[in-house]
Ligand binder design. Sequence first.
Ligand code: PRP
Ligand code: URA
Length: 215
Amino acid sequence: MKNIAVIAHPLVAHYLTIMRDKRTPSKDFKSALDKISYLLAGIFYSELKGENVNIETPLKKTTGKLIKQEVVLLPILRAGLGLTRGFTDLFPDIKVSHIGLYRDEESLKPIKYYFKFPDIKDKSGIKVIILDPMIATGGSVSFTIEYLLDMGIKDINVVSLLLAPEGIKAIENRFNQKDKKKIKIFTCSIDEKLNEKGYIVPGLGDAGDRIFGTE
Ligand code: PRP
Ligand code: URA
């Protein structure tokens, strides 16, 4: 995959290290993820295009820029919820869609249990941001991307914390060249590998369980 950007930001690395540490309790894990979500949103939103508008300050008429682009955030439940705060706080006009997926423990294949997308007529101009801290086998994110491609969406962005090399290969093999041009992946680290249970190594453990204290 050519369209993978690894975010190198000292504060992202700082909070990611806190999250990787097995001694970090759930409340601090969640808080570090929240901080990262603001940093990633700031970096990601620097791509948005503002439109010129005429306004009047208390002193004179002038022009400014406002973002009018249709942007949809799509956290993959559950763990993707942990990355939403920064994105919604910094740009409250964003619409939030949800997809519920969990990995079957044996097959590691994603099972869908929920999907809700905003009612936007022309889907071809929408920018979608999929949020999922972990891309392991790549099954969950590929399933979600396929869903969006089938809906006619052409600007698909994935924001993650950790990406496994196996996940990159799976995405690479699943989509054709034309569809790959519609996909961009942003991650904070490409880790070493998956273990025999499909967990990212060194990773940070089970993201959903650590966020929601369900370990
Ligand atoms: C985790 C994680 C991803 C998925 C990644 O979800 O949040 O969605 O696994 O694995 P994959 O790349 O192999 O598909 P999980 O199934 O644990 O559900 P949860 O977020 O509800 O805990
Ligand atoms: N899902 C997680 O939460 N962690 C992993 O390491 C892999 C999948």
